[in-house]
Design a protein around this ligand. Structure first.
Ligand code: ZN
Length: 299
């Protein structure tokens, strides 16, 4: 008995609260799972918003997390092709294999942009299945939230009503937030953006921003001197409104071009935690719009 007692104490909370373990590839999906699952889920994100989700190591600690996961949620569309297949294979957890209820790709639930832009594939474009950075349109997040609530309900049927009501509560505040963002961002329509990587196509599509160029010559290839000097010639004379990069992208190309074009180069959070202000999904979009308005002088 003496020996058993500590074990029983340790097990007690696990029995009291049925927690689903959610393994997210990116922080935005962990944040969404927290919104829908609340106390019934324990979320973990493989990457932080300060890491490039295209490229991380399939390290043993991540394999262990996938092995114990009840649900894996990732952006998909090959964003994680460099590491997720290896994680899934090594973890060998039948519950979260592609095709099972415990595996979902957010990009499967939205209308994917750039899906036919395969012309650059041979030159190294890393988005052959369309653009995977779908979290940058909050309407996409709505679609993923609905799908996620269904998955949680199907994996954990006992709490299915809770997931449904959490979804409704989330969507209520989310739809109100979207209306606010769309009103605040009205003056951004038509603003011309140069972006480091094609991380913002859904944001541009949503807010009517114009994507004029990328610092990467082809999605996934680092900026080159030739490409940058071509951009200075093409966009000389005030035809660009802002240059945007994600927190994990090297500032040098942005800053260099910013100096030459006389345009602000800014960092926007691409996920939750990408800036100090982006604490959750709502404050992430608040901050994106704040920063764009400031940079384009409409604040
Ligand atoms: Zn990408």
């Amino acid at each position: 008995m003496k020996r058993l007692l500590p074990v029983l104490i340790l097990l007690a909370p696990a029995v009291a609260i049925a927690e689903l373990r959610v393994f997210a590839c990116e922080p935005e999906w962990a944040a969404l799972a927290d919104e829908i699952g609340r106390e019934h889920v324990q979320t973990y994100s493989a990457t932080t918003a300060l890491q490039d989700p295209h490229y991380i190591q399939a390290r043993p600690s991540l394999i262990a997390k996938v092995r114990r996961a009840d649900l894996v949620i990732c952006s998909g569309a090959q964003l994680e092709i460099g590491w997720l297949p290896a994680l899934l294979q090594k973890a060998n957890n039948r519950d979260v294999m592609p095709g099972s209820d415990g595996y979902m790709e957010a990009s499967s639930w939205v209308l994917r942009l750039d899906a036919t832009a395969n012309v650059d594939r041979a030159r190294g474009d890393i988005h052959p299945q369309g653009n995977p950075h779908v979290q940058m349109n909050p309407h996409n997040v709505t679609a993923v939230a609905r799908a996620l609530a269904q998955r949680l309900a199907s994996i954990d049927a006992d709490n299915s009503e809770t997931y449904r009501s959490n979804l409704e509560l989330f969507l209520e505040k989310w739809q109100a937030a979207i209306a606010g963002w769309e009103a605040r961002a009205a003056s951004l329509r038509g603003k011309r953006m140069i972006t480091h990587h094609k991380s913002w196509v859904y944001l541009q599509d949503w807010l009517g921003l114009e994507a004029v160029a990328n610092l990467e010559p082809v999605a996934g290839l680092p900026p080159t001197a030739t490409h940058l000097s071509r951009l200075t010639k093409e966009f000389a004379g005030g035809v660009v409104d802002v240059i945007v990069r994600a927190p994990y992208q090297d500032a040098r190309a942005s800053e260099w071009l910013s100096d030459r074009l006389g345009v602000d180069a800014i960092v926007l959070p691409l996920s939750v935690g990408g800036t100090a202000e982006a604490q959750d999904l709502i404050t992430m979009f608040d901050d994106i719009i704040d920063r764009l308005l400031r940079a384009t002088h409409h604040a």
